[in-house]
Ligand binder design. Structure first.
Ligand SMILES: Nc1nc2c(ncn2[C@@H]2O[C@H](COP(=O)(O)OP(=O)(O)OP(=O)(O)O)[C@@H](O)[C@H]2O)c(=O)[nH]1
Ligand SMILES: [Mg+2]
Length: 520
C-alpha cells in the first residue's frame, strides 16, 4: 500500500560556516609580514521552491533529512573559503510550510516562490580581517557558526479549480478518468483512492484542474479515516462538486442524505479551520461554505439509478443546486457538466485576479539573518541545575559571539570579552546586579557557556601582552569574594577611563576598529 505523502516532516539543516584561518604571511627577507589568514566561507541554506513540475512530496517522505553544503575554511595567503552550496528542494504548488509549533512559515502557491527554511552558518573571520591598528597581528580567528537546524512540516493542499467530494465508490476517480487524461485507479471497493488524483479538463476555451478528495466519510472532519488529511485539498478549490452514487444498494443511503452527510462534514471542517481558513484577500476565494456547489448524480447507465436520479433531481434543483445526471461509464451528460464547471471556474477566476500574480519574493521566516539579530542582551537571574544561581545572558549577538569563539585560544577568549564589553553586555550584567566573581551563562542552559564574571576593560587589544597571551587569563587562581569586590571597583574605574580613551581616539579618527563590534 502506498504511503500517505501529503504531509511530511522534513529535518533540514543549513551548512556550517567554515572556520577562519590564522596565518602569518611569509616572504623572503620578510619572515613576519603580517596576518594573511582568510575568512571561512558561509554555509549554504536549505531553500524550498514551488515547482509546477513536482506533484507530490513523495521524495521527502523517503528521505526527510536534508543538509546544505558547509563553507570551506579560510586559508593562508588571504584565501577565503568557498561558500557551501544551497540545497534547493522543489515542492509542488500548494505546499504549506509550517514550523514545529504549527505556525505557518510560507504558503507556496505560485511557481518560483521560495522560502529559506534553514539558514547556513556564517563563516568565521580569519586573522587578516580581524587585524586593526590596535591589534596588528591577531593570533586567532573566529569559528564558523553551525548551520541552523530545524524541523518543518510540509503539507500539500492541491490547488485544483474543482474538487470532487462524495462517499467512497461514488465514482469520483471514474469521473476524473472520463473527463481528463488522468488515469487514476478505479475499483469497486471503498477507499480505492489513497491520494487525491488531479486531472486537467478542457471545455471549449477553458482548461481547469479537477481533483478527487477521497476518504470523505461520516466523521472525517474529526479525523476518522484519512478524511482530515484529504480535506486540506478542498481549501483551495473554487467549486465543490458532490458526486452522488445513485446505484448504491447500501442500506440507509440515498443521494439526498449522502449530500447532507458530506455537507455536514465540510461544515465541521470549515468550523475547525476557523480563523485558519485561507485568507480570502490572498486567495480571492469565498469561505469554503459559501463557494459554489454542483451536484452530480452518477451511474445513470444503471436503469434503477436513472430512476432514482430522476426522483431526487427535482428536490436538489428546488434547493437551488445545479444538478447533472451523468454516467462516468457511458459518458452521458459529461460534456454538459464540463461546460457548466468551466463557467463557474471562469467566474471564480474573474473574481480572483490576484491568483495569477507572479512569484512573490523570497521569504525568510526567521528574522535573524546572517547579520541581523538584536545587539542588545537581556540578563535574567536563573537557577542553573549544576551551577546554582547564575546570570543568564540571552541575545542573538552575544550568543553568536560565543559560538564563534575558539575557547582553546586565550587571545580569542580575550576578543570575546572585548566584544561583550563593547556590545553593552557588561553594562547589562552590572545593571542586573551581577558582581565580579558571579557565575554568568551566555545562551541556553544546555548549549551555553558558563564562566566566572570578571568585568573586562573595553580597550582590549592593548591589554594583551605578547601575541597569544592575555593578562586577564594568566591568573587562574580563584580569588575570594572580598578580593573580587575590591577589584571590581578598580575595574569599573579603569573601564570608564578606557571608555573615555576609546571615545577620544574615535574622535581623533585613530580608532578604525569599530567594525569589529559589528558582525563578521
Ligand atoms: N455502472 C457504473 N459504475 C460506475 C460509474 N462510475 C463509477 N462506477 C464504478 O464504481 C466503482 C467505484 O468507482 P471509483 O471511481 O473508484 O469511485 P471513487 O469515488 O473514486 O471511490 P474511492 O476512491 O474508493 O473513494 C467502480 O467499480 C466503478 O467502475 C458509472 O457511471 N456507472
Ligand atoms: Mg477514487
Amino acid at each position: 500500500m502506498p504511503s500517505f505523502i501529503d504531509r511530511v516532516v522534513l529535518h533540514v539543516a543549513g551548512g556550517d560556516g567554515g572556520h577562519g584561518c590564522t596565518s602569518i604571511h611569509r616572504e623572503k627577507y620578510k619572515p613576519l609580514a603580517g596576518p594573511d589568514g582568510g575568512d571561512g566561507g558561509h554555509g549554504g541554506s536549505v531553500i524550498l521552491t514551488a515547482d509546477p513540475r513536482v506533484t507530490t512530496l513523495l521524495t521527502y517522505h523517503r528521505s526527510p533529512h536534508r543538509t546544505a553544503g558547509s563553507g570551506a575554511p579560510g586559508e593562508g595567503g588571504w584565501r577565503r573559503g568557498a561558500d557551501g552550496e544551497d540545497m534547493v528542494l522543489p515542492v509542488p504548488l500548494g505546499t504549506v510550510v509550517k514550523d514545529s509549533d504549527g505556525g505557518v512559515l510560507a504558503d507556496l502557491t505560485a511557481a518560483g516562490e521560495r522560502v529559506v527554511v534553514a539558514e547556513g552558518g556564517s563563516g568565521g573571520r580569519g586573522n587578516f580581517s580581524l587585524a586593526s591598528p590596535k591589534r596588528k597581528a591577531p593570533g586567532f580567528h573566529l569559528l564558523g557558526e553551525p548551520g541552523e537546524a530545524r524541523d518543518v512540516t510540509l503539507e500539500l493542499k492541491t490547488v485544483a479549480d474543482v474538487a470532487l467530494v462524495g462517499y467512497p465508490s461514488a465514482g469520483k476517480s471514474s469521473l476524473i478518468a472520463a473527463m481528463s487524461a488522468a488515469r487514476p485507479k478505479i475499483a469497486d471497493y471503498p477507499f480505492t483512492t489513497l491520494t487525491p488524483n488531479l486531472g486537467v479538463v478542457e471545455a471549449g476555451e477553458t482548461r481547469f484542474t479537477m481533483a478527487d478528495v477521497p476518504g470523505l466519510i461520516p466523521g472525517a472532519s474529526e479525523g476518522k479515516g484519512l478524511g482530515l488529511e484529504f480535506l486540506r485539498h478542498i481549501e483551495r478549490c473554487a467549486v465543490v462538486v458532490h458526486v452522488l452514487d445513485c446505484a448504491t444498494l447500501e442500506p440507509g443511503r440515498d443521494p439526498l442524505s449522502d449530500f447532507d452527510t458530506i455537507e455536514a462534514e465540510l461544515a465541521a471542517y470549515a468550523d475547525r479551520l476557523g480563523a485558519d481558513e485561507a485568507d480570502p484577500a490572498l486567495t480571492g476565494l469565498a469561505p469554503l461554505m459559501e463557494r459554489p456547489r454542483v451536484v452530480v448524480l452518477n451511474k445513470v447507465d444503471v436503469p434503477e439509478a436513472a430512476d432514482l436520479a430522476e426522483l431526487v433531481e427535482a428536490d436538489l434543483k428546488a434547493r437551488g443546486l445545479p444538478t447533472f445526471t451523468v454516467s462516468a461509464v457511458s459518458h452521458a451528460g459529461l460534456s454538459r457538466l464540463a461546460f457548466a464547471l468551466a463557467e463557474l471556474v471562469q467566474q471564480a477566476r474573474a473574481q480572483a485576479p490576484a491568483l495569477a500574480e507572479p512569484a512573490r519574493p523570497i521569504i525568510r521566516p526567521a528574522a535573524v539573518g546572517r547579520r541581523g539579530g538584536q545587539a542588545t542582551a537581556t540578563v535574567a537571574v536563573i537557577q542553573h541545575p549544576a551551577e546554582g544561581t547564575v546570570y543568564q545572558v540571552r541575545g542573538d549577538k552575544p550568543e553568536r559571539w560565543v559560538r564563534q569563539t575558539d575557547f582553546s585560544n586565550d587571545e580569542a577568549v580575550g576578543y570575546l570579552a572585548d566584544r561583550l564589553a563593547a556590545g553593552g553586555v557588561e553594562d547589562e550584567l552590572a545593571k542586573a546586579g551581577a558582581h565580579a566573581g558571579d557565575t554568568v551563562l551566555i545562551g541556553d542552559v544546555k548549549g551555553g557557556v558558563i564562566f566566572t564574571w570578571e568585568p573586562a576593560m573595553t580597550t582590549g587589544a592593548e591589554l594583551l601582552g605578547a601575541r597569544g597571551t592575555d593578562a586577564r587569563l594568566e591568573d587562574h587562581h580563584r580569588r575570594t569574594n572580598a578580593e573580587r569586590r575590591a577589584q571590581y571597583h578598580d575595574w569599573m574605574d579603569a573601564k570608564e577611563a578606557a571608555r573615555q580613551q576609546l571615545r577620544d581616539e574615535a574622535a581623533e579618527g585613530l580608532w578604525t576598529d569599530a567594525a569589529d563590534w559589528e558582525d563578521a
